[in-house]
Design a protein around this ligand. Structure first.
Ligand SMILES: Nc1ncnc2c1ncn2[C@@H]1O[C@@H]2COP(=O)(O)O[C@H]3[C@@H](O)[C@H](n4cnc5c(N)ncnc54)O[C@@H]3COP(=O)(O)O[C@H]2[C@H]1O
Ligand SMILES: Nc1ncnc2c1ncn2[C@@H]1O[C@@H]2COP(=O)(O)O[C@H]3[C@@H](O)[C@H](n4cnc5c(N)ncnc54)O[C@@H]3COP(=O)(O)O[C@H]2[C@H]1O
Lengths: 141, 141
């Protein structure tokens, strides 16, 4: 493989498709989001609206920081607050036709990148593990 | 840069040194570990013993899964249990003299790799962000 091959690689071959990505909706209670994160074991997952458009990203860190009070972690807030109040808006994003080099650069500071099509519909995520697996093959040949 | 340069690169140039790595001890209560994870914002951190030897890795996921009961998350267990009861033993490990290609391969399935010297003393961690930053430079030249 030459570095030419890296630049021409279609990122969709490395993307986890939307139907295999754990996600929640912005109107869900924080408790529901925490249970999905615990059941899947993921640190962070995308937040979508009913039309499969990306709203943000929610994580165990964001949820716990949202309910921590002065004296203790106020667990009863999990049922009272919704995902929208704790999620990170404007997560790192790429479009279906973007090149692999842009994906590698963006993945330096983000554990995964959300992918959408040109109408803004969520298509899946590109996690660092997929990029590293591809680069490992590329360097070994 | 040629692929020769990648193979010769010393991983210690990419490692976060031990004094900059947030960590806890295996005898600390889970509550202490959760507060360190919340304050730093990290998903997972190394667990060391008093002689700076690696014991394992602890994460928000491991702590929450350790205290979840049938009906609810049993938060009172945070003060009763210690890190050792929840941590993952035998985390991914490299030695100071190991090569970069071994680090890339190991980082496919792990967010960070712990580094120790030939006496087993913890030297720091190699996070995926460091590897991706190096690879991004390598591919762009
Ligand atoms: N159930 C599991 N099975 C196998 N390996 C697992 C795993 N859970 C975590 N890992 C490993 O640990 C890495 C960090 O996971 P984390 O949950 O912090 O961070 C994950 C998670 O926040 C998110 N993610 C990955 N797959 C997802 C999915 N299917 N749905 C939603 N989010 C996902 O993307 C981040 C980066 O994922 P990446 O694969 O690069 O890196 C993953 C993967 O290598
Ligand atoms: N406070 C912060 N400032 C800037 N960026 C931040 C950050 N916290 C997280 N990030 C970004 O998010 C990525 C995932 O962080 P996470 O905490 O899940 O996963 C982290 C964390 O579990 C651990 N880690 C990183 N630096 C650490 C340190 N100084 N001490 C202990 N653990 C560390 O290694 C994993 C991978 O780190 P990596 O740098 O590849 O990837 C980090 C980094 O790109």
């Amino acid at each position: 493989m030459t570095s030419e091959d890296v630049f021409k690689k279609n990122i969709m071959e490395l993307v986890i498709p939307a139907d295999k990505v754990a996600h929640v909706q912005s109107i869900n209670p924080l408790e529901h989001a925490l249970l999905v994160l615990m059941k899947t074991g993921y640190s962070a997952i995308p937040v979508l609206d009913r039309d499969s458009r990306l709203q943000g990203v929610i994580s165990k860190t964001l949820i716990l920081n949202n309910i921590v009070g002065i004296e203790r972690i106020e667990y009863e807030k999990l049922g009272e607050r919704i995902v929208e109040s704790a999620m990170k808006k404007n997560p790192p994003l790429l479009r279906v036709g973007d090149d692999l080099l842009s994906a590698i650069k963006l993945s330096i500071d983000h554990a995964f990148i959300c992918i959408e099509d040109d109408k803004g519909i969520f298509q899946g995520i590109l996690p660092r593990s997929s990029l590293l697996k591809f680069l490992n093959h590329y360097l070994r040949d």
